[in-house]
Design a protein around this ligand. Structure first.
Ligand SMILES: [Zn+2]
Length: 323
């Protein structure tokens, strides 16, 4: 039985704990901070790239992790599981649990192909735990590669004379921005936390193009990539102090309500509303448990479509920079 006491729980397995876990076995589907919590009592499992990212992000050099590769079956006491890519970020996985029935947990996923990853392939299931961050019909994203083309054109025009400030979450979005900046013809300068994540993408054979660490070298570059939590009035006034160019800024986000930027680009690494419906249709489960974001609204929608669905738990809407 799937429960939600801390992350998602099945028998003695905790998937993506939201606080320090007490379970025997813990699996991290990916390395975003809202999916990773530690304790001294558990065995930790993840894909090799997710382990690399977690060790760097959470200063866990000494923690022992157990690798599970994509498509290989791992046996636990009374069930088996397999991990499959899900298009969200490097190493991210959806998982299938084989018990007396097949349970699929999508975690954060993207159905569309993107710059570095194929979109998630929907897995057939009897019980589907579906991540519904954008599970409202107001979230219908344009085609991913149309957004990329629009960003490439905008950067190549703006960066000729201005300093272009791009903002995106350090893990996942910032690597896409690094590649997009290169495609626009500009090597970007990147903040330290982004530089560290970029290096791990590069060491996993993902071609980001060139990038340099921000280190008193702003004047030599036309594009700067920063995490959103550091883009504020203080940063802008500091940049203006050191650089006479006009600053133009853009945020890459699936959300539509961010303020203070010249441009918003709907570059998302999640499924939008239509993609969520499409996943359910292809997976064809007997029951859908919705998790995260618009879980209640999306669950009601599925019931109207004739599926059996309920939210796993009442969630408050996540704030913009949680993922
Ligand atoms: Zn995520």
């Amino acid at each position: 039985m799937i429960k939600q006491k801390n992350g998602i729980n099945f028998r003695n397995l905790c998937i993506d704990p939201t606080r320090s876990p007490t379970d025997k076995n813990v699996i991290f589907t990916h390395a975003h901070a809202d999916h990773v919590k530690f304790s001294d009592k558990s065995n930790f499992f993840a894909t090799p790239p997710t382990i690399d990212l977690i060790k760097k992000r959470f200063f866990r050099k000494k923690t022992k992790f157990n690798e599970i590769n994509f498509f290989s079956k791992k046996t636990f006491d009374d069930f088996e599981l397999e991990l499959y890519p899900n298009g969200h970020i490097l190493g991210s996985s959806q998982l299938k649990i084989f018990n007396n029935k097949e349970i699929v947990v999508t975690s954060d996923f993207r159905l569309q192909d993107s710059l570095f990853f194929k979109g998630a392939i929907p897995l057939p299931s009897e019980t589907l735990v579906l991540e519904t961050t954008f599970g409202s019909p107001i979230y219908k994203f344009p085609k991913y590669f149309d957004v990329v083309s629009e960003m490439v054109s905008w950067i190549s025009k703006e960066a000729k004379n201005n300093l272009v400030l791009l903002s995106g979450y350090s893990l996942g979005k910032a690597q896409e921005l690094t590649k997009i900046s290169n495609e626009a013809g500009f090597t970007p300068l990147v903040y330290e936390s982004i530089f560290e994540m970029n290096k791990i993408y590069s060491s996993n054979n993902i071609n980001l193009g060139d990038y340099e660490l921000l280190d008193h070298n702003l004047k030599d570059f036309s594009v700067l990539i920063m995490p959103p939590q550091l883009v504020n009035k203080f940063l802008l006034s500091t940049l203006k102090e050191f650089d006479s160019r006009k600053i133009v800024s853009a945020l890459a986000t699936g959300w539509s309500f961010a303020r203070g930027y010249d441009k918003l680009f709907p570059l998302s690494n999640h499924a939008d509303f239509n993609d969520l419906v499409s996943y359910v249709e292809q997976s064809n489960p007997k029951i859908v448990l919705t998790d995260h974001g618009f879980c209640e609204e999306f669950s009601r929608k599925l019931n109207r479509l004739g599926y059996n669905s309920k939210p796993l738990k009442n969630h408050k809407q996540q704030v913009l920079f949680d993922f």
